[in-house]
Design a binder for this molecule. Structure first.
Ligand code: ZN
Length: 395
């Protein structure tokens, strides 16, 4: 059985231990005692060094704790050291979780169901479907007040059958490890905590989301909260700088810019259509009529698409007397056909039939139609249409 040194001293970061057992490849070892916390209860494992060899994973096997190493260690008696920055960060997040969970439970009727300490952010799931933003802000304020009061956090042991006043009933039997925040909270927990709430530094609530009918609350404590606030400030300051405006005016400015952009885009689209109409009329004027007085515009493009603008151009071209407008694209393969009222042709029927013959699909009205077809059928379709429309290849 591995003695868990972190149970009674979460500040122990250097210790000497004996290797009792090792795996065949030597990459996993069992010690008689350890301060390395194994992944459990929502808190990730510690890292550090055993005789200067990196510890990359720590696994709780119940009676024993398994340490996974980057390479084998030969010695029997080893000097161990924790990556203290990582451990202390976990202590801040985990202790902050106790404070936050206690406040949410006590003042807001939101009991904590689970806790996850992530690499960047931590979350608790609470057993309510939602909490008003004002309530969350109030919980954040209350949690930070507890931190400012620098209340003691103590560890004690008690028989499960005799443990009273726990925030959440434990389903464990035998001796419970109880973590108590002075005057606030008693919880059965095997994790590592700071010794007084002041060391949590601060609690910052972030996003919430609904997960399986419960509310997931993201939060950050201590150094993480400071780093996140710094990053938030830098991002906001950059936005404000781009607007040459004070920080607090940035959201309103972004909103008004966005509205202006939507208006500008509407206006641009309208002008593009007007331009397409003018282009269609101009092309009609420039096109030479054949012996029958018919003006044809035939355009083959390698790439492109049938846009509103192209449709408008075709409609504009064929708004005048005796006109045919045909456009095809190779990639992706597509076709657009428009005819004037007096051209003596039905664009929809003509195109639908021609497309059906080459394995494509499409259709439209008597005046304008479009469709798509397999790449290899494009040349055949062009021939059919140009034959049907007369006059051969044009501009
Ligand atoms: Zn805990």
């Amino acid at each position: 059985m591995t003695e868990r040194l972190y149970y009674d001293d979460s500040y122990l970061r250097q210790f000497r231990a004996r290797i009792l057992e090792r795996s065949c490849d030597g990459l996993e070892v069992y010690l008689d005692r350890t301060a390395f916390y194994p992944t459990s209860g929502g808190q990730p494992h510690d890292t550090g060094w055993i005789n200067q060899v990196p510890v990359i994973d720590v696994i709780d096997e119940g009676r024993w704790i398994r340490h996974r190493l980057a390479r084998p260690v030969e010695a029997e008696v080893v000097d161990c050291e924790l990556d203290w920055e990582r451990r202390f960060d976990h202590m801040q997040q985990h202790s902050g979780q106790h404070v936050l969970s206690a406040v949410l439970d006590r003042h807001h009727g939101a009991p904590t169901l689970s806790f996850h300490l992530g690499r960047d952010i931590s979350t608790i799931d609470v057993g309510v479907p939602a909490l008003e933003p004002e309530r969350l802000q109030e919980a954040e304020r209350q949690a930070n007040e507890i931190i400012f009061e620098n209340r003691q956090i103590r560890v004690s042991y008690q028989e499960a059958s005799q443990a009273e006043g726990l925030r959440r009933a434990s389903d464990r039997e035998g001796l419970l490890r109880i973590v108590e925040i002075d005057g606030l909270d008693r919880s059965a927990c095997g994790g590592t905590h700071v010794r007084s709430t002041g060391e949590i530094g601060l609690v910052l609530l972030r996003r919430t989301e609904k997960v399986r009918g419960n509310l997931r609350i993201e939060f950050l404590c201590g150094r993480r909260a400071i780093a996140r606030s710094r990053a938030d400030y830098d991002a906001l300051a950059e936005i404000a700088r781009l607007f040459s405006a004070p920080l607090d005016e940035a959201p309103a400015l972004v909103a008004s810019q966005q509205a202006r952009l939507v208006e500008a885009e509407k206006s641009r689209a309208r002008l593009a259509l007007e331009l397409a109409s003018a282009r269609g009329r101009e092309l009609y004027r420039e096109a030479a009529p054949d012996a029958g007085g018919l003006r044809r515009l035939v355009r083959h493009s390698a790439a492109g698409a049938i846009t509103d603008e192209l449709r408008r151009e075709a409609q504009s071209f064929t708004a005048s007397a005796k006109a045919i407008f045909l456009a095809t694209f190779e990639e992706p393969p597509a076709v657009l056909l428009a005819v004037s009222e007096d051209a003596g042709l039905n664009a929809g029927q003509l195109l639908k039939t021609a497309l059906a013959e080459v394995g494509g699909r499409g259709g439209g009205s008597a005046r304008i139609a479009q469709g798509s077809l397999p790449r290899e059928a494009l040349a055949g379709l062009r021939q059919r249409l140009e034959a049907a429309l007369g006059g051969g290849s044009g501009s």
